[in-house]
Write a protein that binds this ligand. Structure first.
Ligand code: BGC
Length: 754
C-alpha cells in the first residue's frame, strides 16, 4: 500500500514541482557536495573493487572514539592501542566523541598511513547549538526568526569544532514537535514546518558553508529522519502513528529544505513510523529520500537504532536487523558494530546483495572526498587556540541570545528598568547558575565561560544600582525555607527580578516531563515575592514551552530566555536595561496547562469549533485558547499594520501570491518586528489547518518609520497531500492574515483559480 502511494508520489513530485520552502534549482547551484567529478567517482570505484566485504563493513561502522580517560596507565594504553588496531585493520570508517587536533591526527595517521586502503576517518560529533562558544538552544534560535543570524552562529560553530577535529556534526535537529512534554523539543525549531524549514536550511548553510573542502566547514546531518517529534504523549523514543498526509505536510518539509540546500547526511530516527521503524523504513529512507528527493549523501543510524528494531518487533536478531536496515537505506551503523559483525555473512548467504553494501560505501566515500579528507586529512594543531571562544564569537552569542528572548508581558512599561530604580533584588534558583544556561547537548562547552544572569545584571547595573541576591528555593525541591530571606530582600528593594524555570537537565534526550508547569515551589516563591507589592519581572530559563497561567495573569513583566548559552547574563541585562529592544517571537505555542497539550497553531477546525456553546470542542475547565499563541512576542515599541494589498485576488495554480503591507513603528524607540503571513485554505478535498505560516520577514524600524513590506508566495506552496497522496494545489478561497503574531493584525482574501 505504502509503496503504491510512493510510486505515485514520485511521479507527482516531478510534475508538480517542489514541496517546501526553497526551490531545488536555486539551492543546487549554491551547495552541491554530493556530485563528485568523474575522476573521483573512478577512484571510489577502484577502491571499492579492491575491498573485501569485511573492509566495506568497516567503512560503514562508526564507533565511540573519545580519548581514553583511564587513570590506570596500563589499561589506558591497551584501550588506546586497541582502537588504533581496529583503525589499522580497516574495521572503522568513522568515530564519534573524539575531540582535539593532536589526538585526531594520531587516529587519522593510523587510518591513512597504516591501513591497507589508506581511507581517512570521518569524525562526527553533536555540535547542536555551538561548540565551545555556546549559543541558545535551537528552540531559542528559532525564536529569533532570523535566518541570517542563525546561519552565522552555525558558521562559528563549524569553525570552532572543525579546528578541534570534527568533520561532521549531527545537526541540525529539525524534528517538528507539537508536544512540549518531549524533552527534545529544546533541540529543534518548534511546532511549525515552515519556520522549521527556514531554520533547517539556515543551519545547514552555516555548517557546510560554500566549500565543504575548506578546513572550516563541516558536513551537516539532518536528524532524526523522521517524525521523531511525533512521539505519543511526548515520551521519548515512543511510537509515532500519523497519517501519510501529516508525515508529508508537517514532518518531512524541514528535511526537504535541508536536502535542498545540500545537507550531506541524514540520521535515521529511533521511533517507528506507522508500524515500520524509521531506521529500517524503505518508504522514508529510499522511496522518499532517494527516489523522490534525489538525496545523494549518506544515511547514518542513530545510536544503536539499527539493532533496536529487534525490541520494536521488526527483526528476529541483529543480522536480520542489519539486513533490513541496510536494504532500507541506512548506510552507516552508529555504535552497535552490528554491520561489521554481520554484513560479511549476510552477503555470503545472499540475504544482502553485495551491490547494496557497495552503494552504501560509495555514498560514504563520496562525502569523505567532498570534505577533502583524501587530499589532506590532518589538522593544524595551533588553530584551535586561535579560533575558539574569540571575542567576536562571544559577541555573536550575545546577539543571538538577546534576539531569541520573547517578551510575553510588560504591563505599564515596567521594562526597561527605569533610572529611578536604585536597588534590585535578584531572586530564584537559576539566577546564579552557570551550568543551566548552556542547556542540553552542551558538549565541550564549559560552565566557567557562562555569564550568569546575576553576573550580567551586576556588571550592567554598575556602582549606582545595588543588585543583591537571595535564592528563595531550589529548582525542583519542596523546601520553602528560603522564601523569607527572598521576601525580606524584596521589601528592601525597588524592583525584583526573579529567575526561574527549568534546569538544563530537564530537557533534551530522555528528559521528557509529564508536566510543563514550573517544577518545585518556584511558582509559590513568585507568589510570596509578589505579595510584597513590589514590581516583579520574571525571567524564565526554559528548554520547552511552559504553562505559567498564574504568572501570566499576575506578574507584570515576563521574559522568556530559553537556555541562552554562554552570554545569557549579558543578554538578559541588555534587554532588561533597554540596551536592546526584544524582538523574539514564540516558535511554539505556550499552553495554559499540561492537559491542554497538544495545542498548536496548525490544528484543524473540527465540526464543532469551540464557542461558549456547551457542545463544542473544548475542555470545561479551561479556556480553549492557548496561554500565548505561536508567533507571539512583545517589544518596547509598538507596530501598526495597514494598507494590506493583495496584488491579484485570483491566483493561478502556477502563479504567485503577492502581498504588500505597511508596517509602522508607532512607539518611541527603535525596534525590530517579525512580520508574519498566514493563510487558511477554507475548503479542501481534505480539511485544512485553521492557519498556516507561509512567509515572514524581520524588519527594523526607527520610531515613526514605516516600511512597505512585500511577500511573494508561490501558489505551489499552498498545496497539501490529498487522500490519494497526491500533492495538490486546489482551486478555492483562502483567508490571509499579516501581523506580528499568528493572531494577525490585518486580513484579506484571495482565491486559487484553475
Ligand atoms: C541521539 C542523537 C545523537 C547521537 C550521538 C543519540 O542518542 O539521539 O541525536 O546524535 O546520540 O551522540
Amino acid at each position: 500500500m505504502q509503496h503504491n502511494h510512493a510510486r505515485r508520489m514520485s511521479r507527482l513530485i516531478l510534475t508538480c514541482g517542489v514541496l517546501g520552502l526553497l526551490s531545488a534549482p536555486q539551492v543546487l547551484a549554491e551547495v552541491q557536495p554530493m556530485k563528485q567529478s568523474a575522476e573521483v567517482e573512478a577512484k571510489i570505484n577502484a577502491l571499492i573493487e579492491s575491498m573485501t566485504v569485511e573492509e566495506m563493513a568497516g567503512q560503514l561502522t562508526q564507533i565511540w572514539g573519545s580519548e581514553v580517560q583511564d587513570t590506570n596507565p596500563v589499561t589506558a594504553k591497551t584501550k588506546h592501542e586497541d582502537l588504533l588496531g581496529q583503525i589499522r585493520a580497516g574495521m572503522v570508517g568513522s568515530l564519534l566523541g573524539a575531540h582535539g587536533a593532536e589526538y585526531i591526527n594520531e587516529l587519522q595517521r593510523a587510518a591513512v598511513k597504516e591501513s591497507k586502503h589508506g581511507i581517512p576517518l570521518i569524525i562526527g560529533n553533536d555540535v547542536i547549538h555551538g561548540y565551545r562558544t555556546m549559543f541558545p538552544i535551537p528552540l531559542g534560535g528559532a525564536a529569533t526568526w532570523d535566518v541570517d543570524l542563525i546561519e552565522k552562529s552555525e558558521r562559528v560553530a563549524a569553525i570552532e569544532c572543525a579546528a578541534m577535529g570534527t568533520h561532521w556534526t549531527f545537526a541540525p535537529m529539525i524534528d517538528v514537535c507539537r508536544d512540549p512534554r518531549w524533552g527534545r523539543v529544546a533541540e529543534g525549531a518548534g511546532e511549525d514546518p515552515m519556520l522549521g524549514s527556514a531554520m533547517a536550511a539556515a543551519r545547514v548553510r552555516g555548517f557546510q558553508g560554500k566549500d565543504l573542502t575548506a578546513k572550516d566547514t563541516v558536513l551537516a546531518c539532518a536528524k532524526h529522519f523522521v517524525a521523531y517529534g511525533g512521539a505519543e504523549g511526548g515520551r521519548d523514543y515512543n511510537t509515532v502513528d500519523i497519517s501519510l498526509q501529516t508525515l508529508h505536510d508537517v514532518y518531512l518539509p524541514p528535511f526537504k529544505a535541508a536536502v535542498n540546500v545540500g545537507a550531506g547526511s541524514i540520521m535515521s530516527a529511533f521511533n517507528e513510523v506507522n508500524g515500520v521503524p524509521a531506521s529500517a523504513n524503505p518508504y522514508t529512507l529510499t522511496t522518499v529520500l532517494r527516489d523522490q528527493w534525489g538525496f545523494g549523501g549518506f544515511v547514518v543510524s542513530d545510536w544503536s537504532s539499527v539493532t533496536e528494531v529487534i525490541p520494536h518487533g521488526f527483526a528476529v536478531d541483529a543480522a536480520d536487523a542489519d539486513a533490513k536496515a541496510i536494504t532500507a537505506g541506512v548506510d552507516m551503523d552508529m555504535s552497535s558494530m552490528s554491520y561489521r559483525e554481520h554484513l560479511p555473512s549476510l552477503v555470503k548467504s545472499g540475504k544482502v546483495s553485495k551491490a547494496v553494501v557497495e552503494e552504501a560505501v560509495r555514498r560514504v566515500l563520496r562525502m569523505k572526498f567532498a570534505l577533502g579528507l583524501f587530499d589532506d586529512p590532518y589538522l593544524d594543531t595551533e588553530l584551535e587556540k586561535k579560533v575558539i571562544l574569540t571575542d567576536e564569537n562571544r559577541a555573536l552569542a550575545r546577539e543571538v541570545a538577546r534576539s531569541s528572548f520573547v517578551l510575553l508581558r510588560n504591563e505599564d512599561s515596567l521594562l526597561p528598568i527605569k533610572d529611578d530604580v536604585k536597588s534590585i533584588a535578584v531572586i530564584g534558583p537559576l539566577a546564579e547558575s552557570k551550568r543551566d544556561p548552556l542547556g542540553t547537548w552542551a558538549g565541550v562547552a564549559k560552565a566557567e565561560d557562562v555569564v550568569s544572569v546575576m553576573e550580567g545584571l551586576k556588571s550592567r547595573a554598575g556602582e549606582k544600582v545595588s543588585v543583591r541576591y537571595a535564592k528563595g528555593c531550589d529548582i525542583s525541591s519542596d523546601d520553602t525555607s528560603g522564601f523569607s530571606e527572598a521576601v525580606e530582600l524584596t521589601k528592601d528593594s525597588d524592583l525584583v527580578v526573579i529567575v526561574i524555570g527549568e534546569s538544563a537537565e530537564m530537557s533534551g534526550e530522555a528528559h521528557s516531563r509529564s508536566s510543563v508547569e514550573l517544577p518545585g515551589v518556584q511558582r509559590e516563591l513568585v507568589q510570596a515575592v509578589a505579595k510584597t507589592g513590589k514590581p516583579v519581572v520574571v525571567v524564565l530559563l526554559n528548554g520547552r514551552p511552559m504553562a505559567l497561567p498564574w504568572i501570566a495573569e499576575n506578574i507584570p513583566a515576563i521574559l522568556v530566555t530559553w537556555h541562552a548559552g554562554i552570554e545569557c547574563g549579558n543578554a538578559v541585562a541588555d534587554v532588561l536595561f533597554g540596551d536592546f529592544n526584544p524582538c523574539g517571537k514564540l516558535p511554539s505555542t505556550f499552553p495554559r496547562k499540561t492537559g491542554q497539550i497538544p495545542i498548536y497553531l496548525g490544528h484543524k477546525n473540527t465540526g464543532r469549533p469551540p464557542t461558549t456553546e456547551r457542545y463544542t470542542s473544548k475542555y470545561i475547565d479551561l479556556p480553549w485558547t492557548p496561554l500565548y499563541p505561536f508567533g507571539y512576542g512583545l517589544s518596547y515599541t509598538t507596530f501598526g499594520y495597514s494598507n494590506l494589498n493583495i496584488a491579484s485576488s485570483d491566483i493561478k495554480r502556477d502563479g504567485t501570491l503577492s502581498v504588500t503591507v505597511d508596517v509602522a513603528n508607532t512607539g518611541k524607540v527603535a525596534g525590530a518586528e517579525i512580520v508574519q503571513l498566514y493563510v487558511r485554505d477554507l475548503v479542501g478535498s481534505m480539511t485544512r489547518p485553521v492557519k498556516e505560516l507561509k512567509a515572514f520577514r524581520k524588519v527594523t524600524l526607527a520610531p515613526g518609520e514605516s516600511q512597505n513590506i512585500a511577500f511573494d508566495v508561490a501558489a505551489s506552496e499552498l498545496g497539501f497531500h490529498n487522500w490519494d497522496m497526491e500533492y495538490v494545489v486546489e482551486p478555492g478561497e483562502f483567508q490571509l492574515w499579516v501581523g506580528g503574531s499568528s493572531t494577525g493584525d490585518v486580513e484579506g482574501r484571495f482565491q486559487i483559480v484553475e
